[in-house]
Design a protein around this ligand. Structure first.
Ligand code: SF4
Length: 367
């Protein structure tokens, strides 16, 4: 007697076989993974892929988040960080003010500044150059991972320089990598709905393409959990995968779970743990050409981050010191975390903590 195997189980089986044979998943596979509720199989498969790529090592960095300005000309519907010039709580720090702040809060082992901020049109491009320069002169040993692709596009607009020239100017004063923000969902329809009035899809990709061509290795993100369809998430991953095939410049993909406080985006709930784990696992399966998937503990919490380490994640970001953007939008996690807590978190998932630098060189392995 033949026992009928349901179509869904057959489709999952064919994906399992493809992944184990090292074959690339296509759009249809990705959409199926998002529509099935078989999280355990997806997670297990993503874990297998991650173990092949990274073994049991999970990476973190001693870093510090810095925000030179929260004044922004854009009005992304999900953003609760931006302010108008002159509005209560708005600020634009000079290089000296930032140095004073850093001197007050820095840990002795911080090896990277993660710098992002608003698109402030009330100061010239030179302000953004001078900000990096001041930091680099005072802390030459700390790597500057600064600005999103959307910020680079904004700098290009206010300076009249092209992307290559903007990035080169910033490299002259110490820039070594770009942050991954500004990607949101790489769909023009999504960007219209969410009022993402900054770099569009092709501009986001072009900035990273240019940075990679200039020898920078960068990060990339996906802000999921609002009006986008599951298909949009897969199309987002496919666009990143295609650019990575061309440049091999992305070091890590970071799924960012949307936070609930967004005055204009009508988001009333946090994403489910189920959806957060799926984002990690599915991106691990779709992005076969990116070495690391990051579980961003700030947005999904430390406990879910531990589980994510068994479903494809191989990086937990870093110590941060004082995160502001996700917290303005309602993140419940601490604004920073200690190295000891990160090590505890990783070991708690049965993995080996590895302290890294900006380029994923190993600094210390905590066996
Ligand atoms: S997400 Fe960035 S670009 Fe958009 S409004 Fe907020 S600070 Fe401005």
């Amino acid at each position: 007697m033949n026992i009928a195997i349901p179509t869904e189980a057959k489709q999952m089986q064919s994906i399992v076989e493809k992944v184990r044979a090292g074959e690339r998943l296509n759009r249809e596979d990705g959409v199926f993974l998002y529509h099935t509720d078989d999280l355990l199989t997806i997670g297990q498969l993503a874990n297998e892929v991650n173990l092949q790529k990274n073994g049991r090592k999970v990476y973190f960095i001693e870093n510090m988040s810095l925000y030179f300005t929260n004044v922004c000309e854009a009005h992304c519907a999900f953003c609760n960080f931006r302010k108008d010039q002159g509005q209560d709580g708005s600020y634009t720090l000079s290089g000296e003010e930032m140095i004073a702040y850093v001197e007050q809060h820095i840990h002795p082992d911080v090896r990277e500044f993660h710098i992002v901020g608003g698109h402030n049109p009330h100061v010239p491009f030179q302000y953004y150059v001078d900000s990096l320069k001041a930091l680099h002169e005072r802390f030459p040993e700390v790597a500057l991972k600064a600005y999103t692709a959307a910020e680079i596009d904004f700098f290009s607009r206010i300076s009249g320089l092209n992307y290559r020239e903007v990035i080169q100017e910033l490299m002259k004063v110490g820039l070594v990598s770009l942050t991954g923000g500004g990607a949101e969902i790489l769909s023009d329809e999504y960007r219209k709905k969410m009022k993402v009035d900054k770099a569009d899809v092709s501009q986001y990709l072009e900035v990273h393409r240019t940075a990679h061509d200039l020898g920078l290795r960068t990060h990339t993100t996906m802000l999921y959990g609002s009006v986008e369809k599951k298909e949009d998430r897969i199309d987002h991953m496919l666009q990143i995968r295609e650019l990575q095939d061309e440049t091999n410049g992305f070091q890590v993909f970071i799924p960012l779970s949307m936070q609930p406080i967004s005055p204009k985006a009508s988001i009333r709930r946090r994403n489910s743990a189920f959806d957060d784990l799926k984002a990690i696992a599915i991106s691990r399966l779709m992005l076969d050409n990116i070495k690391h998937i990051k579980a961003y503990f700030i947005n999904i919490g430390t406990q879910l981050t531990q589980v994510a380490l068994t479903m494809g994640a191989s990086d937990v970001h870093g110590t941060m010191v004082k995160e502001r953007i996700s917290h303005a939008a309602g993140a419940l996690t601490p604004e920073g975390i200690t190295r000891e807590d990160l090590i505890w978190l990783i070991k708690g998932a049965g993995r080996i903590p590895v302290e890294r630098d900006t380029f994923y060189n190993e600094v210390k392995v905590y066996e």
